[in-house]
Design a protein around this ligand. Structure first.
Ligand code: ATP
Length: 473
């Protein structure tokens, strides 16, 4: 793993953002827990997404569907039959790999060596083999390309097998009655099966959207790159139902809207890239990803897909319940088409963390800080009395009381003021508010700004307004 990612992972653990799951038992691969500041950051990101979807758009409402769904859901969606990754094992190291990832890495190596054409040829060849479900051909391709296991250094590979990514479990207390159900691998299906419930009860008219935030589970074969690829993660998905024939206009519009959202979060334009899919999933008639330049390269953060009427039509077939909408404007019944925006909360978290992480040398001294946009920073302000006596702590507590109902505030009186500033830099607090002897005389404090370390004198009465303005998105 790359050096900068290593630093970020270490920082995330040391300063209360992300820990490996059940760490005292040496962790559980590809599962992570969020700490005191991590959960604040994640909640802020989720809230921001939720509010931009459901509040800024009159025609988008939310739902919260269960993780467990009727097993037929996953037959209708195609997940039982085709939510597979091709896997291959190295016989010497006994390590398991995703065959498509091995090929992608090889293609990337060709591209890095300046051979774009060969890279593309390889990807095309792989695409054709997977489409034809020619798994023996996939193995031959890996062997012919002399792809070696990074651990054993050999190309002694097993056959390629398809591996379904869904986790399953049993419901029912008696073994004979128990039936297999799945942990949802995406939140989208909870929206599709509730399409008519929501449309009728929230009295929505096409075009309209349904948004949801919730956990999803995938038994990923290769778990790597920290919280980029997890087995338990959170998705934020919005399905936008439109009149057939208008879907590509809406697709274009959502692609632009979502890209703007990422820029508004403070992600620089040059670190974002749009990747249009050439090979489309069976249900899509257009698809693209928004990619961010992670320390390990440009990778997908969000997908925007034009899913046609595939899901609703399939649910209509399997459930035998009409999934049609009557459009009063054109006096017609139809199954709406769907544009989907789908983003992982954890991947968004990782992008935000990578983008915020600054480790720089200032006048010969190393300085590390997290430059989060104040709207998503875990802690908005730290209130710091200069000393523990002379009534400064009491004054500082008055300020905490005035702000804590609207902002996440920290009070800290231990250690020197410089040390306390550094500590706040490390968790990305945008403002440090110092209470000193002058405060007792004129009710002013100093605000120290995280990014510039500059300080200014401000009236206590103005603090609320200043924070509110800085923390707006
Ligand atoms: P990938 O190609 O990276 O596996 P995908 O194309 O399968 O992703 P989608 O099924 O479109 O991803 O899921 C939508 C979003 O959910 C992704 O853009 C990503 O942000 C997030 N996501 C998907 N799988 C994971 C995972 N294993 N861990 C964390 N986030 C994930």
């Amino acid at each position: 793993e790359n050096a900068q990612l290593k630093d970020i992972i270490a920082h995330a653990k040391e300063y209360g953002f992300v820990y490996p799951s059940s760490e005292i038992y040496d962790g559980l691969q590809a599962v992570y827990d969020y700490g005191a500041y991590g959960v604040e950051l994640k909640n802020n990101l989720k809230r921001l997404w939720w509010e931009t979807m459901t509040r800024l758009n009159e025609n988008i409402v939310g739902i919260d569907a269960a993780i467990f769904m009727h097993p037929t859901t996953w037959k209708a969606s195609g997940h039982v039959d085709s939510f597979n990754d091709p896997m291959i094992d190295n016989k010497d190291s006994k390590k398991r790999y995703r065959a498509d990832v091995l090929i992608e890495d090889k293609a990337a190596a060709y591209e890095n060596a300046g051979d774009k054409e060969r890279a593309q040829e390889l990807l095309n060849a792989m695409g054709r083999l997977l489409e034809a479900e020619d798994l023996a051909g996939v193995r031959d391709l890996i062997v012919n390309e002399a792809i070696k296991c990074p651990i054993s250094g050999t190309s002694n590979w097993t056959d390629v097998r398809q591996f379904n990514l869904m986790f399953s479990t049993q419901v029912g207390s008696v073994a004979e009655d128990a039936s297999t159900i799945y942990l949802r691998p995406e939140t989208a299906q909870g929206i599709f099966v509730n399409f008519l419930n929501v449309q009728k009860t929230a009295r929505m008219k096409v075009p309209f959207g349904i948004a949801q935030i919730g956990k999803a589970f995938r038994n990923e074969i290769v778990a790597r790159q920290f919280i980029f690829r997890m087995r338990e993660f959170e998705q934020m998905e919005m399905q936008f139902f439109v009149r057939p024939g208008t879907e590509l206009d809406w697709y274009k519009q959502w692609a632009e809207t979502r890209m703007k959202w990422h820029k508004a979060l403070g992600i620089p334009e040059e670190k974002l890239r749009r990747h249009d899919h050439e090979k489309l999933a069976h249900y899509a008639n257009a698809a693209m990803d928004i990619e961010y330049q992670f320390p390990f390269g440009f990778k997908e953060v969000e997908g925007i897909h034009s899913r046609t009427d595939f899901d609703l039509k399939s649910h209509q077939e399997f459930s035998k319940k009409k999934q049609q909408y009557f459009d009063p404007e054109i006096n017609q019944n139809y199954i709406p088409y769907v544009i989907e925006t789908s983003i992982g909360a954890d991947r968004l978290f990782l992008m935000t963390l990578c983008n915020a992480y600054v480790d720089e040398e200032v006048e010969g001294k190393q300085r590390t800080y997290l430059k989060f946009h104040p709207a998503i920073a875990p802690v908005k302000a730290a209130i710091l009395p200069l000393t523990k006596k002379d009534g400064l702590p009491e004054k500082a507590h008055e300020i905490v009381e005035a702000l804590k109902y609207d902002f996440n505030i920290i009070y800290e009186e231990a250690a020197s003021i410089g040390k306390r500033y550094t500590r706040q830099d490390l968790i990305g607090t945008p403002f440090c508010i110092a209470v000193d002897h002058q405060t007792l005389e004129d009710n002013t404090v100093t605000i120290r700004h995280r990014d510039t370390t500059e300080q200014e004198r401000v009236a206590i009465a103005d603090l609320h307004g200043r924070l509110a303005e800085a923390c707006s998105f």
